[in-house]
Design a protein around this ligand. Structure first.
Ligand code: ATP
Ligand code: MG
Length: 491
């Protein structure tokens, strides 16, 4: 057995769990990603222990536990952890994997009797190193430390066999390449090329989990670039394939796909949250479907509308949380706004804030920054950026919905003495359209006067103006997107 004495710095919270197990005579080891990360001097995301004990034996030893899943993992909970990585310490019984009938996950979980069996079923050599906390000893039967030193991702055992057992491991290899900046070892790489088609058996949920980790890594383009070269992209997000190698106009130094990868890398560099990173990745996904040669160059008119639809479809299919889908879709839909410098007026910005919602407006600016950097062109003038920021702040203080009028439906009924009915809504819409044009009009005295004026109009006249105002207030963007929808034959 390949062992080595080494002193790793283990948090006390983790050592205690290990000691409790040991004193109940259950052998246990730190294992997997945390050992790898400690050896690389990276902060582990979480700490996993593997043990000879069964879930039924583990649970009574600790105060606050939960029994997690099909794999027998028991979570030991720290209510008020010093670090998020110490909130739950996972303890999993030794496992080995039995038959794989569908290229994904074993048919049944089989408990194992030894650490060696457990290490053998793990994906990569660097993830198959165990650490005996008390003895301060590494157990490394597959020479994971060598590969860590060489910065190589290599499967435990025959890569073809291991990828046939669980095809997701191929995407995990790309993910670790992006997270750690490692290369994929030659035979492992060759096996990926040979077995990539098995990925069609893998569930969208599992692919999504790895995609999230790729996108959240420091250099997502490493994984997605490899996915492109190796032909794995079509199993992850085939919607991007059309943009691979697709030329753009003179404003862009890069192809559509390269631009998206560079935008995403910038989002990662800035440590933006998941939805902003995804928006950076997806923002031009509609370009290939909208590319038209016009006046000696390529145009992509309406690509943000088409792109938003594609984004929504892709993220929903991958079973991303609804909240993420909605945020990313909105950011993609409106990402062109701040590119079109001509059309940026206060009332346009006001409409924009309504469309993208105040919650997302600053994220939209971040997506815009990623887009700019991703083109490889010099930065936008700092003056203009400051100006946009100022405009956003200004309109955020102004009303963008009838709710923000200084007068509500009930007050209009009091002022006019009129009963409830559609005319109240018409008056509100007219007031809003006027206030959107001139925010200073949102003031009680003026509104009262204007309500009485509108109330004195003939019923039909009021209805007509009200409907007009409503259409103006609410449907401008929808009208526009519908036009584009028709033009490109999308729904
Ligand atoms: P992270 O830092 O993202 O948590 P990790 O290496 O801990 O990375 P996990 O997905 O949390 O990755 O898995 C924990 C460990 O379980 C891995 O280190 C590996 O040993 C093993 N493992 C996870 N998924 C697989 C798989 N599909 N096939 C084989 N072993 C796996
Ligand atoms: Mg982990």
């Amino acid at each position: 057995m390949n062992t080595k004495h080494i002193s790793l710095e283990i948090p006390e919270e983790v050592s205690i769990v290990s000691r409790v197990l040991s004193s109940a005579t259950f052998e246990n080891y730190l294992v997997g990603g945390c050992v790898r990360d400690l050896l690389l001097s990276r902060a582990p995301k979480d700490y996993d222990l593997t043990t000879i004990a069964s879930p039924e034996e583990i649970t009574p030893l600790f105060e606050h536990t939960f029994y997690e899943n099909d794999y027998g993992t028991v979570g030991i909970v720290n209510e008020e952890p010093r670090l998020e990585s110490l909130r739950v310490i996972e303890v999993t019984p030794y496992r080995s994997e039995s038959a794989y009938s569908d290229f994904r996950r074993p048919d049944a979980v089989t408990w194992a009797k030894t650490l060696e069996e457990d290490l053998k079923r793990r994906d990569f050599t660097m993830n198959a190193i165990a650490y005996d906390i008390e003895k301060k000893e590494l157990i490394d039967p597959f020479n994971g430390q060598d590969d860590l030193e060489k910065k190589l991702i290599r499967t435990v055992g025959d890569p073809g066999v291991r990828f046939s057992e669980d095809a997701l491991r191929m995407i995990r290899a790309l993910r670790f390449a992006a997270e750690l900046g490692f290369a994929i070892e030659e035979e492992t790489l060759a096996a990926i090329l040979e077995h990539k088609d098995l990925l069609k058996h893998i569930s969208k949920e599992r692919i999504k989990d790895e995609l999230i980790k790729i996108v959240m890594s420091d250099a997502p383009s490493i994984a997605l670039g490899l996915a492109t070269q190796l032909g794995l992209l079509e199993y992850i997000t085939p919607e991007f394939l059309k943009g691979v190698g697709m030329e753009q106009n003179q404003a862009h130094a890069y192809t559509v796909w390269e631009h998206l990868l560079r935008s995403l890398d910038h989002a990662a560099k800035k440590k933006f949250p998941l939805h902003v990173r995804l928006a950076a990745l997806f923002h031009d996904v509609g370009k290939p479907d909208t590319r038209v040669w016009k006046n000696d160059q390529w145009t992509f008119y309406g690509h943000e509308v088409v792109g938003a639809k594609i984004t929504k479809k892709v993220l929903m299919e991958l079973a991303f949380p609804k909240e993420i889908v909605e945020k990313v879709t909105k950011l993609v839909r409106w990402h062109m706004f701040f590119s079109d410098t001509e059309q940026i007026t206060l009332s346009a910005v006001r409409r924009m804030v309504r469309n993208v919602t105040p919650e997302l407006i600053w994220d939209l600016m971040d997506v815009r920054a990623c887009d700019r950097i991703g083109t490889g062109r010099p930065k936008e003038s700092p003056y203009r950026l400051r100006k946009y920021h100022a405009m956003i702040e200004e309109v955020m203080r102004n009303p963008i919905s009838v709710k923000q009028l200084r007068m509500n439906g009930g007050e209009i009924m009091t002022v006019t003495g009129a009963p409830a009915g559609p005319h109240i809504g018409f008056i509100l819409e007219i007031l809003l359209s006027e206030v959107l044009e001139d925010p200073t009009l949102n003031e009680e005295k003026h509104l009262k006067t204007r309500v009485l004026e509108l109330h004195s109009l003939p019923k039909e006249e009021l209805a007509r103006l009200g409907k007009e105002a409503r259409a103006k207030n609410e449907l401008e963007d929808e009208k526009e997107s519908e036009k584009i929808n028709q033009k490109f034959g999308v729904k």
